[in-house]
Design a binder for this molecule. Structure first.
Ligand code: BGC
Ligand code: CA
Length: 346
């Protein structure tokens, strides 16, 4: 992986230089083993599953650069209480840095207390704790992406599609009748993505009519269900489906497939993430576009930060926002550039 190699080279530099410059001076206590404990909110979530595999690859790269690295993963399967116990277990097993994908992003206090009492730094990822909680301790970090940017890009992709094909307005009433499939309530990426996608559309002068929405918790099967309900409520009226992630956009496509809609009667679908299945659907033309949620970049940032947090070296080279945050940019994906993302970061 390209990022992996850069990261490995950077880390090798960071290990060697401080060791050399420490010669003759007081011995610095640098732990040799980096034991990463990963706590995932739900590993059956497609994007999270892919992100965790990227992190594994990145940490293998760190291992090749001279450190002994282990990674232990725990899946909370949607329960914050389970995750609290798993974090305790990871600390007891000797993890010296934690990567935590909170189940309930408003409820990290127990985990923060556990980590602080053992002095184990935490890199939260993908599910952002509120700012006050991030201030609870100085060894708390966050790696993720800016929800607003993904929504804006999704809205812009829709604008481009409308401009390229006026038949998207199927009933020719000058408005686009749409539905939204939303992620989990309370997740920073759900409400903000929806709002900013719609704002971007309106900002470009697109006349919209919202027919309805469904909350499908990021999940393909739930989205299929919600979509079937929306289709029966608004038969043949839906022209556009905006989904907060690819899994739900694919679920919406499944719903139409089940009802044997012919291609000419389908609305257009847009997702966010660029998961394996999402990119395939863009290639096939089933999904009109998606927005790449840079899991490789996020994983590389987490691996780099994990090394720096454990060893105490290289932290000054990391570019933080507000001292604790790293946000990776999103990228628009259409049929024209989708193949670039199949090998992203490799
Ligand atoms: C992703 C979703 C994922 C969610 C999990 C979001 O950033 O776009 O696909 O389900 O994070 O927290
Ligand atoms: Ca219309």
């Amino acid at each position: 992986m390209r990022i992996g190699k850069y990261l490995a080279a950077g880390i090798a530099f960071c290990i060697v230089v401080p060791l050399l410059s420490a010669c003759g001076r007081q011995q610095v206590d640098v732990p040799e083993k980096i034991q990463v404990g990963v706590a995932a909110y739900n590993q059956s979530d497609t994007f999270i599953g892919e992100l965790v595999s990227c992190l594994k690859q990145q940490l293998e790269g760190v291992g090749e650069s001279g450190y002994e690295v282990t990674m232990m993963v725990r899946d909370a399967a949607g329960s914050q209480r389970t995750q609290d116990d798993q974090v305790k277990e990871l600390i007891d097993l000797g993890c010296n840095v934690l990567c935590v994908n909170l189940v309930d992003r408003a409820d990290p206090s127990e985990i923060i207390d556990l980590a602080r009492s053992s002095n184990v730094p935490i890199i939260f990822f993908n599910r952002e704790p509120v700012a006050e909680d991030m201030m609870q301790w100085d060894r708390l970090y966050y790696v993720g992406a800016d929800a607003r940017q993904s929504g804006e890009m999704q809205g812009e992709l829709v604008v481009d599609a409308i401009q390229a094909d006026e038949a998207m307005d199927r009933n020719r009433d000058g408005k686009i009748q749409y539905v939204v499939l939303e992620g989990e309530l309370g997740h920073q990426d759900a409400v903000i993505r929806t709002e900013s996608a719609v704002e971007a559309l309106k900002g470009h002068g697109v006349e919209l009519e919202k027919l309805g929405f469904g909350t499908a918790n990021w999940d393909r099967a739930q989205a299929q269900n919600r979509m079937q309900q929306l289709i029966s409520q608004y038969p043949n009226q839906i022209e556009l489906v905006i989904a907060n992630n690819d899994a739900m956009a694919l679920g919406a496509i499944d719903a139409y497939g089940k009802l044997n809609y012919t291609e000419s009667a389908l609305p257009v679908f847009f997702g966010i993430d660029g998961t394996g299945a999402g990119l395939e659907a863009v290639i096939d033309g089933q999904l009109s576009g998606t927005v790449y949620n840079d899991k490789e970049g996020q994983a590389a940032a987490m691996a780099g930060l994990a090394v720096a947090a454990v060893t105490g070296t290289g932290m000054d080279k990391i570019e933080f926002e507000n001292e604790k945050y790293i946000f990776l940019p999103y990228h628009k994906v259409t049929q024209g550039n989708v193949r670039d993302f199949l090998y992203w970061g490799k």
